[in-house]
Design a protein around this ligand. Structure first.
Ligand code: CP3
Length: 361
């Protein structure tokens, strides 16, 4: 794959930020770390701010409070990166699809299930509607400590489409798959709309100060090999190439969660700088098939501690964290979880884990 890219990022990385150095392919004694869902309900200060904001979407669209909750875990644990506080479903929201987060139930949307339903979606007001998100990023660039990297993000088209079509979380994605199998052209139109909207959104995030982009394909693991190529790899590759056309140096992390052996082709074909490994990916396999220390073709990996081990804490958590650090730390690596923290995570276990990593090497 295109490979002036690593060398270019290497020069960008002279800012010295650990996160940018790892994504540029550098192998560090002490790898950078951050955690998916590092801002969230496991922190009492998050619950307080969230109560003050009212509902979850109001929190996402309130720059002052969104900056505050993004900073909360950084103050406690000094991660090397902060991820913008927002959600992947602000894109359907910006397209005018009715969205609500019901307490304890997750997101609910008015489903789109056919090419005809797509006519209800608006694509002309993405940047305008998401202005508060860009204000949050600008506020964060001012507020963050100099060594902390700011990560912007979006959902990948397939994962966002599953929520848009199912109208809620799903186990089998029966409606989304049936649409893709019976009317491929119609479903492709939805995916293409999402590629364009996501490109526009991420370019504006970069303009507002995001230094790294992560693309979450949380439900990639539901796709067969053929469908994974069509609905995960191809759209993500188009977004990455659209971003690079304007920002050749922007580091991009892909998270095709549950992709199994598909991680290797995802890393090879999408043009991302790094992939985030879910908990099920074997470390030696990832080292051999995904991670590359060659600066010309560098692919960093991120992951992949089981978030439930952080609920358990103690020696079990620390033993597995050390195994990950020892194995994946041989190449370009960012320590993270295999998926996000759950609300019942004890904050003191996060402290114990953070301390292990900060003192590594
Ligand atoms: O700290 C961070 O990770 C940054 C913020 C962030 C959130 N969502 C906040 C959030 C990020 C990066 C996301 C991404 C996201 N959102 C994904 C992809 C990553 C993943 O977790 O797989 C997905 C699939 C969503 C959609 C979504 N948002 C669901 C299914 C839910 C309900 C489940 C839940 O945990 O409540 C949300 C809500 C949500 N997004 C919360 C947070 C902190 C909880 C809202 C609350 O009650 O305060």
């Amino acid at each position: 794959m295109g490979n002036r890219k690593a060398a270019e990022i290497m020069s960008e990385a002279q800012s010295g930020k650990r996160m940018l150095r790892a994504l540029a392919g550098e192998v560090l004694d002490r790898p950078p770390f951050w955690f998916m869902r590092q801002a969230g309900r496991y922190l009492p200060e998050y619950r307080a701010t969230r109560a003050h904001a009212g509902d979850f979407l109001s929190l996402c669209y309130n720059p002052e409070l969104a900056v505050e909750v993004t900073l909360q875990p950084i103050r406690r644990y000094h991660m090397d990166a902060a991820i913008l506080f927002s959600d992947i479903l602000v894109i359907p929201d910006a397209m005018g699809q009715a969205l609500a987060y019901k307490e304890g139930e997750g997101p609910q949307l008015e489903p789109v299930r056919s090419a005809k339903d797509l006519d209800r979606l608006e694509t002309g007001r993405i940047t305008e509607h998401l202005q508060p998100v860009f204000e949050t990023l600008k506020g964060l660039r001012k507020a963050l400590p100099a060594d902390v990297t700011l990560i912007g993000f979006a959902g990948a088209p397939w994962t966002v489409a599953t929520y848009m079509v199912e109208g809620q979380g799903s186990r089998d994605f029966a409606n989304a798959k049936s649409w893709a199998f019976t009317d491929e052209a119609g479903f492709a139109r939805l995916i293409n709309m999402l590629v364009d909207a996501t490109t526009e959104y991420l370019l504006a995030q970069i303009d507002a100060g995001a230094e790294v982009i992560q693309i979450f394909d949380t439900w990639a693991g539901a796709l067969s090999e053929t469908e994974f190529e069509k609905w995960c790899i191809a759209p993500v590759a188009r977004i990455v190439s659209n971003l690079r056309a304007k920002h050749p140096d922007i580091p991009v992390i892909g998270f095709p969660r549950g992709a199994g052996a598909g991680y290797a082709s995802f890393a090879a074909k999408t043009g991302v700088n790094a992939v985030s490994l879910d908990t099920s990916v074997p470390l030696e396999w990832a080292r051999e098939n995904v991670q590359s220390d060659n600066v010309q073709t560098s692919c960093a990996v991120q992951g992949n501690l089981d978030p439930l081990l952080v609920v358990a804490g103690g020696e079990g958590m620390l033993r597995e964290a050390r195994r990950i650090l020892e194995t994946l730390g041989k190449g370009p690596f960012v320590f993270n979880l295999g998926h996000g923290f759950v609300p019942q995570t004890p904050p003191e276990h996060v402290e114990e884990l953070s301390e292990l990593i900060r003192n590594w090497g």
